[in-house]
Ligand binder design. Sequence first.
Ligand code: ADP
Length: 445
Amino acid sequence: MTESFQKSQFLLRRSIFFKLFLFFLITAFVLVVVIRGFFFLGIDRNHTFKADLFKNLTRYSQQLVNEVGAPPDQERANALAKELGVQFRVNSPKQSWATDQSLPPVTALRIEQTFSDAGAQVGQFRRHPFVIVERQDTQYIIFFLHRPFGELPAWSFALLAGLVAFVIGGSYFAVRRLIRPVYLLNKGVREIAQGHFDHQVPVASSDEFGELSTSFNEMAKQVREMVQSRDRLLLDVSHELRSPLTRMKVAAEFIENAPAKEKIQQEVYELETMVTEILESERLKSQVGSLTLAETELVALVQEVIKAYTDHDPGVQLTSSPERLLLALDHQRVRIALRNLLENALKFSRSKFGPIQVRIAESTNTVLISIQDFGLGIPLEDQVRIFEPFYRVDPSRTRHTGGYGLGLSLVKKIMVAHSGEVRVASEIGSGSTFTLSFPIKNREV
Ligand code: ADP
């Protein structure tokens, strides 16, 4: 099977557009064949019509032969041919001629009916009727032509091809127009799936597709309102939690019993991190709280963040980096992102596999920071979801490590706000590499 054949098979199976287009073409073809066949068979079977026609043609031909005369007068025949649009071929022992050289010889003619009393035979040649009249030793063949024999002129085929192309092209564009709302809806669904709840599908018609588009927009609005009220609730709760958390922190300081104190302080720390991450995420969403960009030396920033973790098992190393890299960044936010990635890498690593490796690289249009650990790794099906808020891989794993599944979602928001992105490549048992990429337009030179 060739590649193009496979591609067309794929299109046929997958594309409603091509199915509809093909369906229209096949329907048109079948209709033409059926209608044409119906009339063709209908008329052909109508023997009485044909028999009457042949009888009348025979009588008429007798008159024409009388006019041409015996012996036949070629001048007269030519004049009749010109006047009436009939053509003559004459065969006798003395003379043999035709009023038009393209007339077929008598041997090419197939007789359909014989009128022996009138001494005539009738048939059709290329759908034109002819009559053969025998008078003594002379044979007169009269052809009834609407136009001369011969091929159709070349331009008529060009016209036909043009018309067929026009009809097929017209049907192609009509189907495309018909199916356009499906493409728009599909795009809308993808936008919603990516969290762009403001997206509206244009309602271009008042048919079923139009109704579907209206319902879709209504649904998107409802989802938007639901998400907004969920975010609002989360934000309000987070705000409310801040004061009791601060009071708990202070109160914990006064606890005497050391192990309980540490446990409480750890829990309070985690709750506080969660609240901060929620509030930080929300601030990044709003215009007011978006980035404070400033020219930043990225290499120094990374080194500074790493420094705080070098004592943590299994350690962190900056393995490759340019000397200096100036970028327009919100250094507070980038610091949070780096910290979150490093803390995760340390949390899910094992000391025997060596330290976390950080690399900084620049290409023509991006600056990349990758953080590689040799720890547990992340299952493939979870890799797309770990950037969602509150998503955690396997709760039994995270029970020991703590966290609420907000760190990576915040990292993603920070990167999106910088017009950059965060990616993960991971394999179970081998470790994970998280890569932050900043577009070079953030670069200050
Ligand atoms: P949390 O604060 O719970 O760690 P994150 O959003 O930072 O939340 O991470 C989401 C989940 O992704 C974590 O629960 C963890 O299972 C997984 N994960 C993140 N980083 C790593 C890593 N370096 N190695 C293995 N798993 C990771």
